[in-house]
Ligand binder design. Structure first.
Ligand code: R5P
Length: 313
């Protein structure tokens, strides 16, 4: 691949993904070290010069989220102090995004604070994927390119879905994403109306749309505890959906207990991407779609100073 020179670094959140991006670009991942001092403080060292170079740092804000965020901030700071030309963070999963407004008085807006931190350390450009809400971009006073995994997930699944499948948004916030899935799959959309019972509990109060005797594809931006999807499965089956359910989400955070919540006999398959390093090896229904080709294509275009608009199609 004949590209101008650039450096590709990896945080420790998902080195396999960075390796796959490097492989697709025919570039090696530049060496670096991430170490802990005995008191737990972090240190990052770039093991080759970056002076004047375009630098891409791949790091998801996956668990441990705060540790991975801080690591990325240190990478950016190290690049700036080593006189890098341009520093782009490739953050496939942008953690802390759910805190995009104050839910109660005397709370922070963490997504906004994270944006300020990136700016403070001198980040030039952020590339991410399926942001929790698009308006988070407004917290950043630097270019943000939010790619989407929807085409990759649809390509993976389209031949295995039964005719008549309904794409289901598990809440009002995912209706647009459900529309994008449905448009690509030639399917209809149903929406679940969710009501918050407490800080951690929600319940579905209504299924909007026709799901009776239909297979369903439940989509979401992320699966964390699996609670949202488990509630959706229950509500759909209660509304008469066929016990043939597929789940697709961009980010498989998949904390402890999520597998048990999603292991329902009606669930045929759970699809996520590798924005977060997969940790569940023995889960037969889980399929991980790699997002490396998409991120590699984005880097290739950014390095060549080309538009990335067609990556959204
Ligand atoms: C909520 O607004 C999000 O889009 C996801 O539905 C939610 O974060 C998933 O989390 P969990 O799997 O813990 O229900």
């Amino acid at each position: 691949m004949n590209l101008p020179n650039f450096a590709l670094f990896s945080g420790t959140a998902n080195p396999d993904l960075t390796g796959a991006i490097g492989h697709a670009l025919d570039r090696r991942v530049s060496p670096s070290r991430v170490e802990h001092f005995p008191d737990g403080e972090l240190s990052v060292h770039l093991d080759e010069p970056v002076r004047g170079q375009s630098v891409f740092i791949v790091q998801s804000l996956a668990p441990p989220v705060t540790e991975n965020l801080f690591q990325l901030l240190l990478f950016v700071d190290a690049c700036r102090r080593a006189a890098a030309g341009r520093v782009t963070a490739i953050v496939p999963y942008l953690g802390y995004s759910r805190a995009d407004r104050r839910h109660a008085r005397r709370e922070p807006i963490t997504a906004s604070m994270v944006a300020s931190l990136f700016q403070t350390v001198g980040l030039d450009h952020l590339v991410t994927l399926d942001m929790h809400t698009p308006q988070i971009e407004g917290f950043y006073h630097l270019p943000v390119d939010a790619l989407t995994a929807v085409p990759s997930l649809c390509n993976e699944i389209k031949d295995r879905l039964s005719p008549g499948t309904v794409v289901v948004s598990p809440d009002e916030g995912r209706v647009k994403m459900a529309g994008e899935f449905a448009g690509r799959l030639g399917a209809t959309v149903a929406v679940l109306q969710k009501q918050r019972e407490s800080g951690t509990e929600t319940k579905i109060i209504q299924v909007i749309g026709d799901v009776r005797d239909r297979p369903c594809l439940i989509i979401d931006d992320m699966i964390t505890t699996g609670g949202t999807i488990a509630n959706a499965i229950e509500a759909l089956l209660k509304a008469g959906a066929r016990p043939e359910i597929t789940v697709a989400a961009a980010h498989g955070v998949l904390t402890n207990g999520s597998r048990a919540r999603l292991c329902h006999p009606a669930v045929r398959e759970v699809l996520v991407t590798d924005t977060i390093a997969p940790t569940h090896s023995k889960w037969p229904q889980l399929r991980v779609v790699s997002i490396a080709p998409l991120l590699a294509a984005a880097i290739q275009r950014l390095v060549a100073r080309e538009s990335i608009a067609n990556l959204f199609q």
